[in-house]
Design a protein around this ligand. Structure first.
Ligand SMILES: Cc1ncc(COP(=O)(O)O)c(C=O)c1O
Length: 405
């Protein structure tokens, strides 16, 4: 990975701050800004008509769906639904799915999820569905499949879980969990918001039913995308106007699409092409997979440099996996607490030293409460992506030592 080449694509990184709050939203490369500016200049009209600007506008929307399908390994672009946020898309799906379920049916959610993948399912209790919580092992911080086995019954209709928690930063065995749930006859709803910027996503190979992620945490515009498996998509009740019919994705894309958002999504593809040296229009899936594998490798080094550095502080406790035998499972999203200072204090003192990161529960409220950290102000979270560097980690650790000593 040529990190200098990568950083040159992000003019928003031209300052002396260290940005370690990327799980809250990444920076966008200049290609994204360029696409948005060009769209407004050239094609900012309602798609669907026959004059050239309208054709270009429509093509932008279609191409954005096609690129996200390629990114996720989805068979077809019409299986990609765009929406304002992962939270909103999940709620939309719960409204649609509720119509196929009966009173007494069961949904399993986890304590480790961001609330976006919990509230929409707990909401269905109003309609007589029963919601059960899949806890993590508080020592290993893992969701254990043995526990899931005990929760699954012949009334289970859905299991909602995160590919990676936005606090714990560890990859769950997604394909294995999906197999188990399917064997029990239920559907799976995977939150990929914290994994898509870091990992190869392969919805077809995993056989996942629903997979959602936020484009603004994957170098793109504010918004989100949801993949739905074909046979389920066909059966799902539309939530759009009566005359729209059963066509996807429009039966779930309410109102005029976010046209400039679609243009911005194509900027992510331009960026990927620029850093892999690819010219021309096409950017095939195999190139995306190769790039994401490189990012994965680079980020594992970042993750462990950070974990190893934090482990050296006697007062610091890492909230998440720190066992090196499971090195591969980690992304560079590392939450921690310290005996000597509250999370918010640490965050403020780091901000005084030009290091930006967050503290609190990050909407994984139930996880922080389960770990008994709510009263203590939650955790400090350092979340990095592939434009961050080992040198930034060294500076961060040095400044942290001044705060904690
Ligand atoms: C793991 C995870 N899931 C879901 C969300 C919600 O995303 P959105 O803001 O797109 O609703 C977040 C946002 O922080 C997240 O980190």
């Amino acid at each position: 990975m040529d990190v200098q080449l990568i950083r040159r694509q992000f003019s928003s990184l031209n300052h002396d701050w260290i940005l370690f709050e990327n799980a809250g939203g990444t920076q966008v490369p200049d290609q994204v800004m360029q696409r948005v500016a060009n769209f407004y200049r050239e094609a900012n009209v309602q798609p669907g008509d026959f004059y050239p600007k309208a054709v270009q506008s429509g093509q932008t929307v279609q191409e954005a769906h096609r690129f996200i399908a390629e990114l996720l390994g989805a068979p077809s672009p019409h299986q990609i639904i765009f929406g304002p946020s992962a939270t909103a898309l999940n709620r939309l799906m719960s409204v649609s799915l509720q119509q196929r379920w009966q009173e007494g049916d069961e949904i399993i959610v986890t304590v480790s999820d961001h609330e976006a993948n919990v509230t929409p399912w707990v909401f269905l209790e109003k309609f007589g569905l029963k919601v059960k919580f899949w806890p993590i092992n508080p020592d290993s911080f893992d969701l254990e499949t043995e526990q899931l086995k005990n929760l699954l019954t012949d009334r289970t209709v859905l299991v909602a879980f995160p590919h990676i928690s936005n606090i714990l930063g560890t990859e769950n065995p997604v394909a294995e969990i999906i197999r188990m749930v399917h064997d029990a006859g239920a559907l799976v709803y995977v939150d990929g918001v914290a994994s898509t910027p870091h990992r190869v996503i392969d919805v077809a190979e995993w056989d996942v039913d629903f997979f959602v992620f936020s484009t603004y945490k994957t170098f793109g515009p504010h918004g989100a995308a949801l993949y739905v498996k074909e046979d389920i998509l066909k059966q799902l009740a539309s939530v759009n106007h009566f005359f729209i019919g059963n066509k996807s994705p429009v039966k779930f894309e309410l109102g005029t699409p976010n046209l400039e958002g679609c243009a911005a999504i194509l900027g992510i593809r331009d960026y990927f092409k620029a850093i892999t040296g690819i010219t021309g229009d096409s950017f095939p899936r195999k190139k995306i997979v190769a790039l994401m594998n490189n990012i994965h490798e680079y980020e594992i080094d970042l993750a462990w440099k950070l974990i190893d550095g934090l482990t050296r502080f006697r007062s610091v406790k890492i909230i998440g996996l720190s066992d090196r035998t499971q090195r591969e499972r980690r992304v560079p999203v590392v939450a921690f607490t310290a005996d000597s200072a509250a999370p918010e204090q640490i965050m403020k003192k780091l901000a005084d030293r030009k290091i930006a990161l967050g503290s609190g529960h990050f909407y994984a409220y139930r996880l922080i409460r389960y770990l008994e950290l709510l009263q203590k102000g939650g955790v400090v979270r350092a979340s990095l992506v592939h434009y961050n560097t080992g040198e930034e980690i060294e500076r961060f650790l040095m400044q942290l030592s001044r705060i904690l000593d």
